[in-house]
Design a protein around this ligand. Structure first.
Ligand SMILES: Nc1ncnc2c1ncn2[C@@H]1O[C@H](COP(=O)(O)OP(=O)(O)OP(=O)(O)O)[C@@H](O)[C@H]1O
Length: 483
């Protein structure tokens, strides 16, 4: 069909449509392609098509949305052929359907019955535009995002914003890791997007129909951690008033994301290891083994090899988990991403808060670019939100920036030095008995920082130059001390 001599390479076309008549109509369009076109392969069975996409070349994929089970299912196909032109067709065409299909990874959309010319023109146009691979599709809270399509000016990958070389490499790794069932080990400073990364791996995997269950090992008191992961039976401990499934069971068929895994205590690490080795576990207080099929993704903002060397993390567990490692670089090492992120947050929060902000003036932009962002993307996100709530546009100006950022941290440091000097002076005249214990001083300092950032732990941690998990841990130790 439509073969033309002298073309460099065949164009591989696959068409999935439960209606043989419609599939054949779509196939005839290939005759119109100017490129050499291998005979299109027609499928009526979604599984056969998915299998072929996994290991055979595909340049054009025409998918009938009714056959694949709706626009949400489209991402599973898009993931398997990230370089193919995908045209979604549907007898139930509507604007929202078209938008959803594009979000899920389609390049274009046609309502049935379509004219052969219309389909031919769309395929032709898309093939012409396809000069370089586009990132795999994902969406806000789900698969695929229209912003990642073939515009050539993309600044985003799914819910991620930023196309710095370091992040493009991360997106590539996510795309490759997603279809595997192996554990993913995410490292990176607080606020660099580790949870976003875990969610992206889940969304692009075959497990996306299952649940994505997150457990933050730093935020849960240590004595409750085991029951949070593995569940408990009624009466297993004081307060266990009923039987409850844990996160592992909830993630059956899906993904279990263990955030801040470095905070898990050694005894529980052994139980997690057993679970990884055998797929079985017991609810707390129960003696029967249970089996689940959950993919494990974990994240830490610590250096895992240093934790192993220090004996705080079991080496055998580390090697079980550290199968597919991915590192998220801090924002200060990918400054190209700062303004695209800032603009994306500004657009989102201005719309949410009903403000007329349109952009940043040159001075504000220069400061944002120069600042070191110790709290990474989360700190940038919270900063823009705070500015939008407290001011109005059209432009974010230098005076709207928090002092910490306006002065590059210099004046804030000077204020800290000044406080320290004043304390030193006061100390000389204080009797011994009035000296505040270290833990109480620490508590005051941390609570002051939390107040300054409206209780936002990540921002307070960034300003104090400690990790958020330190704040969680300290809080737990204060409450134990005061009990
Ligand atoms: N590249 C990005 N594009 C858009 N938003 C991002 C990006 N990276 C992070 N964010 C946003 O920043 C915030 C922090 O991200 P996330 O929770 O994934 O970080 P984290 O590394 O898991 O942090 P922590 O270690 O403190 O748990 C979230 O609101 C997330 O949506």
């Amino acid at each position: 069909m439509g073969s033309q001599q002298g073309q460099a390479r065949s164009v591989h076309v696959r068409i999935l449509d439960a209606s043989p008549a419609d599939a054949t109509r779509a196939a005839t369009v290939c005759a119109k392609l100017s490129a050499d076109c291998a005979d299109p392969v027609l499928y009526s069975d979604p599984k056969a098509c998915l299998d072929a996409l996994a290991d055979q070349p595909t340049d054009v994929l025409i998918l009938d949305l009714e056959t694949i089970g709706g626009d949400e299912a489209l991402a599973r196909y898009a993931v398997r052929c990230p370089r193919a032109v995908i045209i979604a067709v549907s007898a139930r065409g509507s604007v929202s359907r078209a938008v959803n299909a594009m979000r899920a990874g389609a390049h274009d959309f046609l309502t049935k019955p379509f004219s052969l010319d219309a389909l031919g023109d769309k395929v032709q146009a898309q093939l012409g535009m396809r000069r370089k691979p586009r990132p795999a599709p994902m969406a806000e809270g789900g698969p695929a995002d229209a912003r990642t399509l073939q515009t050539g000016t993309t600044e985003a990958f799914g819910r991620f914003v930023g196309m710095s070389p370091a992040m493009v490499s991360v997106y590539d790794q996510i795309r490759r890791m997603a279809p595997s069932g192996a554990p993913v080990f995410i490292t990176g400073e607080s606020g660099t997007g580790k949870e976003l990364c875990a969610q992206a791996v889940h969304d692009l995997s075959d497990r996306r129909g299952g649940r994505f269950v997150t457990l933050n090992c730093a935020a849960i008191p240590r004595d409750l951690m085991e029951s949070e992961i593995f569940g408990h039976v009624r009466g297993a401990f004081t307060g266990a008033v009923d039987t409850r499934a844990g996160a592992a069971e909830q993630a059956d068929g899906g993904t279990l994301f263990l955030d801040e895994i470095g905070e898990m205590e050694i005894a529980l690490q052994s139980k997690l290891l057993r679970f990884l080795q055998t797929g079985t576990f017991q609810r707390l207080g129960d003696s029967s083994d249970r089996t689940v099929d959950a993919r494990i993704i974990c994240a830490t903002n610590r250096d895992p090899t240093a934790e192993v060397a220090a004996g705080r993390f079991r080496e055998d567990l580390f090697y079980r988990l550290h199968v597919l490692p991915v590192h998220l670089p801090p924002l200060r090492e990918r400054r190209d991403d700062i303004m695209p992120l800032a603009r994306a947050f500004l657009a989102r929060f201005a719309a949410q808060e009903g403000r007329s902000f349109k952009g940043f003036d040159a001075d504000a932009q220069a400061r944002l670019l120069a600042y070191s962002w110790p709290g990474n993307v989360r700190q940038l996100e919270n900063t823009i939100r705070q500015i939008v709530v407290m001011n109005d546009g059209p432009a974010i100006t230098l005076d709207m920036l928090p002092m910490l950022i306006r002065d590059g941290g210099g004046r804030a440091r000077a204020a800290a030095d000044d406080t320290r000097d004043r304390h030193r002076m006061a100390r000389q005249s204080r009797p011994f008995a009035t000296i505040e214990p270290l833990w109480a001083q620490e508590r005051r300092i941390i609570e002051d920082a939390l107040d300054a950032f409206d209780g936002n732990i990540a921002m307070a941690a960034a300003a104090l130059e400690i990790s958020p998990s330190t704040i969680y841990r300290k809080r737990q130790s204060w409450s134990e001390r005061l009990q």
